[in-house]
Write a protein that binds this ligand. Structure first.
Ligand SMILES: [Zn+2]
Length: 390
């Protein structure tokens, strides 16, 4: 029986690691250190109470003063993850070369005021200083898999979209090494558009450019399982019956990590089918297709009371929390959802109830989830606090 020895070794190591982290007081370096070692053979968490439950609230698209006002209404203890595009193209989803020539930040890090600019560098900077994460969502918001006259974007188009997006965030004051994530507009990296002849080339281009920019995770949801091919270098976790965990993930690959993709979690964030919005990404619950974005906004057709809104999030949260594998729970929003005061009240009530009633739950950024699951073993609550830099 070698298990006790293994636990002892693991505990000693974690103790040393904690000391190491405390001493150097540099979480980023420590995370690099931690993720370079594979723990997966030691992972054995039998007791569900030891499993942390992560919740990520994200907001897509332009970040400006309107967004700042919306965010100010939310519980200020919660870190949010923003997937930011810079300009919005007239066609909605069609790639338009000229949109990339529109400059939205000047040399002083302030907005140029061009009418097509949907993001304001000052607002991004203000929110970043409050502890929120900022990540890529392309420069002009084309559908990557199909926005080029029905075809995937070319290598240079994808490159320009991501690099100019990245440069804008840096010019807005986000340190380059803090830009770790990407989410495709319309979540369109794995939909039917990729079933075209040149899909592998386009996926490869996307992957290569993310690698160049040191983007470590992709937060674009997958298409339905039967329509989806494993995404090379992105999908690290194998599907297991009945759940999702980090034991079945191969973290020896160093490419991007798509945490929603691991084994296609049975649960998602909505409760009602929204068949007219399939382009936004979808999953199955008990055989039904459900929408995954702007959940309450969509599910209640804009008529939720705060109590109803809270209950929808709580129901979906509990699907995750009661599952032995406790898959991360993602809430995908746009600012428009936060313009409905009943929805904001419901979301705040949900956050409050979770914080009060459900131990071992953490509201975190998407990059924190990505980094956590690369460790390959669950940390104790104390260690998680250190890991999260709290
Ligand atoms: Zn978007």
């Amino acid at each position: 029986m070698i298990l006790p020895k293994i636990i002892l070794i693991t505990n000693s190591f974690i103790f040393l690691f904690r000391e190491f982290m405390t001493r150097i007081k540099n979480t980023h370096l420590a995370c690099l250190f931690l993720t370079s070692i594979s723990f997966s053979t030691f992972a054995s968490v039998d007791d569900i109470n030891n499993k942390p439950q992560f919740v990520v609230i994200s907001l897509d698209d332009g970040v400006n003063q309107e967004m700042e006002k919306s965010v100010a209404q939310l519980n200020s203890t919660i870190p949010l993850t923003f997937y930011v595009n810079v300009v919005q193209q007239a066609g909605g989803w069609v790639y338009e070369e000229s949109m990339l020539d529109i400059v939205c930040v000047n040399d002083d890090g302030l907005t140029t005021g061009e009418p097509q600019c949907v993001s304001n560098p000052k607002s991004i900077n203000n929110l970043y200083k409050k502890g929120h994460e900022f990540a890529l969502h392309t420069y002009s918001h084309p559908a990557i898999a199909s926005g080029n006259q029905g075809e995937p974007l070319t290598q240079s188009q994808i490159e320009n979209e991501l690099k100019k997006n990245y440069e804008f965030l840096v010019a807005s004051g986000i340190p380059g090494d803090k830009i770790k994530g990407f989410r495709a507009p319309f979540l369109d990296t794995n939909s039917s558009g990729w079933d075209r002849e040149n899909k592998n080339a386009a996926l490869g281009h996307l992957q290569g450019i993310m690698n160049q920019l040191n983007i470590s995770y992709d937060s674009s949801l997958s298409a339905a399982p039967e329509q989806t091919q494993p995404r090379k270098g992105v999908r690290h976790c194998t599907s297991i019956p009945g759940g999702w965990d980090n034991v079945h993930c191969d973290f020896t690959q160093k490419e991007q990590f798509n945490w929603e993709d691991g084994g296609y979690p049975k649960y998602t964030v909505a409760t009602q089918p929204k068949s007219n919005q399939l382009f936004m990404g979808y999953k199955y619950i008990d055989g039904s297709i459900v929408n995954v974005m702007d959940t309450v906004f969509g599910a209640c057709n804009q008529t939720c009371t705060p109590e109803q809104a809270k209950n929808i999030w709580m129901e979906n949260f509990l699907n995750h929390y009661k599952d032995a594998s406790r898959p991360p729970f993602g809430i995908y929003l746009h600012r428009q959802s936060l313009s409905i005061s009943d929805e904001v009240d419901g979301l705040n009530a949900f956050i409050k109830e979770v914080q009060l009633e459900y131990p071992n739950t953490y509201f975190v950024t998407a990059s924190q989830v990505s980094d956590y699951y690369k460790i390959g073993v669950d940390l104790t609550p104390e260690q998680i606090k250190v890991f999260l830099g709290k």
